[in-house]
Design a protein around this ligand. Structure first.
Ligand code: AMP
Length: 396
């Protein structure tokens, strides 16, 4: 019995899933939210039951202790010795990490050294790691990077056409994110296609944040996010691809500072910025259905931008066998999928089976037998990727 805990530590939250790796089942999951507050919330789910507690949790260390104690208290495990590995999600691995690694002090130093590339994320992940390391010193820890899957991109894909010294001295390049999701979904798609020797897949991870990935023979050759998760498609509140001059133009016209521009592009743009309604796709869709024109145009931009990347990756892949939809919007919104397919159907000969598109079955084909490209809906599972890599690296 190998139990592994997959952890995603944010600056004020800590999400986890406890896996039984023999059958890859989730035996418990939960989240510590509002760390640092008097009214922090701890939620634990197992056996179809949910326990919620509001209490002061001053820091991650306390959050981890609470989480581990409650696993014992609720008899999810009888002793912490049953947990043989801890896998940590790390957003930014820079060009230091091209695969998951055993997490030790050297790796922690490496992650800290590139924290300027993802200031909010990497520091929080390290805080989570140190808290778990202290609570479970005798157990193996593994770092799993969102960027690692994209380390197979070629220089002509990851370099920006800016002076080369910014790449050499400041590590400015495309890294891409959502790697664990793109890896999981493309791998599952290859399985569903019967494990062909060669495959050309486009994964559309459409959530609050979103990115596309072109996967050739199981390897990422391009992805829409860049130096940061701001690049690529339109997102809930992020602008995605824009003419870079938009930034300097707005600054000189309105006097906005660089840091305000960062907030505007990350938190006030995307579906929210265009519609003025919400960053949540469901809210924007509801407003569009009630006749709100800005909401309607926001949904059209969203579909068009995704279609633009599909077209571009179709060319780079030299064709496409399958397009996969995943994450909150990709898995749940049949209208978002239909709008996107509508943009590409004539060029790519894609045909959707309406009934399959509306069904809620996981891991399903939604294209017709006549379609020139297969289209799948595949729920993502980044935590399972983390747990599998932890098992692999710790030889469990
Ligand atoms: P994620 O970041 O993967 O959790 O995805 C969050 C996004 O998924 C939000 O924009 C939600 O509005 C969207 N979403 C979740 N469920 C649905 C649904 N049933 N229909 C449309 N969008 C959904």
């Amino acid at each position: 019995m190998a139990k592994i805990i997959a952890v995603n530590a944010g600056s004020s939250s800590l999400k986890f899933q406890l896996f039984e790796m023999n059958d890859e089942s989730v035996i418990a999951s939960g989240v510590v939210e509002r760390i640092g507050f008097e009214d922090a919330i701890f939620t634990l789910k197992f056996n179809g039951e949910k326990f919620e507690q509001t209490l002061p949790i001053p820091d991650h260390k306390k959050g981890v202790e609470l989480l581990l104690e409650s696993l014992i208290e609720h008899h999810v495990v009888e002793s912490l010795n049953e947990i043989q590995g801890v896998g940590h999600r790390i957003v930014q691995g820079g060009d230091l990490f091209s695969d998951s690694v055993i997490f030790d002090q050297n790796v922690a130093n490496g992650i800290a050294s590139i924290a300027n590339l993802a200031p909010l994320h990497n520091q929080a992940h390290l805080t989570g790691y140190y808290a778990f390391k202290e609570a479970m010193p005798g157990v193996g820890h593994v770092a799993v990077f969102d960027t690692a899957f994209h380390s197979t991109m070629a220089p002509e894909t990851y370099l920006y056409a800016v002076p080369y010294e910014y790449y050499e001295k400041n590590h400015v390049r495309r890294y891409g994110f959502h790697g664990s999701s793109h890896r999981y979904v493309s791998g599952r798609c290859i399985e569903l296609m019967g494990n062909p020797e060669h495959s050309k897949i486009i994964v559309c991870h459409l959530g609050a944040g979103g990115s596309l990935c072109a996967v050739k023979d199981g390897k990422s050759i391009n992805t829409s996010m860049g130096l940061t998760p701001l690049a690529g498609i339109m997102m809930g509140s992020r602008c995605g691809e824009i003419d870079p001059s938009v930034v300097t133009f707005i600054m000189s016209e309105t006097g906005e500072t660089a840091s305000r521009m960062d907030t505007i592009m990350n938190k006030e743009s995307g579906l929210l910025g265009v519609s003025g309604v919400s960053s949540d796709y469901r809210d924007v869709e509801a407003a569009a259905n009630e006749g709100n024109e800005r909401a309607q145009i926001a949904l059209k931009i969203f579909a068009r931008r995704v279609a633009d990347f599909i077209g571009s990756y179709y060319v780079q892949l030299g064709g496409v066998d399958a397009i996969c939809f995943t994450a909150g919007i990709g898995e749940n919104s049949f209208t978002a999928r239909a709008n996107i397919i509508n943009e590409i159907k004539d060029a790519l000969g894609v045909e959707i089976d309406e009934e399959a598109n509306r069904s809620r079955e996981p891991d399903r084909l939604i294209s017709t037998p006549n379609s020139k490209v297969k289209v799948y809906v595949i729920p993502t599972n980044e935590e399972l990727v983390i747990a599998r890599d932890t098992k692999r690296l710790l030889n469990l």
